[in-house]
Ligand binder design. Structure first.
Ligand SMILES: *Cc1c(COP(=O)(O)O)cnc(C)c1O
Length: 241
């Protein structure tokens, strides 16, 4: 077994144990493998374990990696289930076209203009681009994301765009040493997610939790954990984002 193989199984065990502890089905939580700063080869190893969805922070790095991996797939080297690619990092307006042409999901929508451009630029031949609204749930001054109070309005406008499909919200709260305080932040995100659903938005994704706090996030209703270092090992300090 490769290191990634073992790590992948360990992360799945953590997800299953966390679900069991709060009475949820393990299938209710998806694992997004965050492959930023990792090589295409590391992605291929994870794909051989059965991992199909990958998250990238940087547009150019992500596109280069997915093109390489898709080439290996086309050559029959990685099985025939396609990989799916999520952009989870900040997106600038001038990069929306390449993102609309390559990614399957964008989780970092924090303003309507971005969403409008992505919808206009999504090629007709591709499925609608799946998107999440990024919410700055803990009002962190260093983080992107729409304020919680503005999330419903933005989500409503995004849901109406023809070439996008709104799937839910993403949050990246700052780490808090006390797990109970961390849980409260995640609980606020879950509450907001429920409000959007009650408002009639057909969303199914609450993207929250990373390597260090996925158990806390799952206990508070996360449906997708984004895990990098616990799968691939620590990222180099200079390469960390
Ligand atoms: C890097 C990153 C992750 C993964 O973080 P780990 O602590 O390595 O699991 C998750 N979400 C976002 C948005 C990231 O940038």
């Amino acid at each position: 077994m490769s290191l990634i193989d073992e790590a992948w199984q360990r992360v799945h065990q953590r997800i299953a144990a966390a679900c069991l502890a709060c009475g949820r089905e393990p299938s209710a939580v998806r694992l997004l493998a965050v492959s930023k700063t990792q090589t295409p080869d590391a992605v291929a190893q994870a794909a051989r374990c059965g991992q199909r969805v990958f998250g990238e922070n940087h547009v150019q790095e992500g596109i280069e990696k997915m093109l390489q991996v898709r080439q290996w797939q086309a050559a029959g080297l990685l099985g025939n289930v396609p990989t799916r690619w999520h952009l989870i990092g900040p997106l600038q307006s001038n990069k929306t076209r390449v993102v609309a042409e390559h990614f399957d999901w964008v989780q970092s929508i924090d303003r309507l203009k971005l969403a409008e451009r992505l919808s206009a630029q999504r090629p007709e031949a591709l499925a609608p681009l799946q998107v999440c609204i990024q919410v700055n749930i803990d009002a962190s001054p260093t983080k992107a994301g729409v304020a919680p109070a503005d999330a419903l309005a933005l989500a409503g406008s995004v849901a109406a765009l023809p070439r996008l499909r709104l799937r839910g919200i993403m949050v990246i709260p700052d780490p808090v040493p006390d797990p109970r305080a961390q849980a409260q932040v995640f609980a606020r995100a879950h509450e907001l997610w429920l409000q959007l659903r009650q408002a009639g938005l057909p969303i199914d994704t609450l993207s929250m939790g990373m390597s260090a706090d996925l158990e806390v996030a799952i206990a508070q209703g996360s449906t997708m954990v984004r895990v990098g270092s616990a799968l691939f090992g620590e990222r180099g300090v200079s390469a960390a984002v």
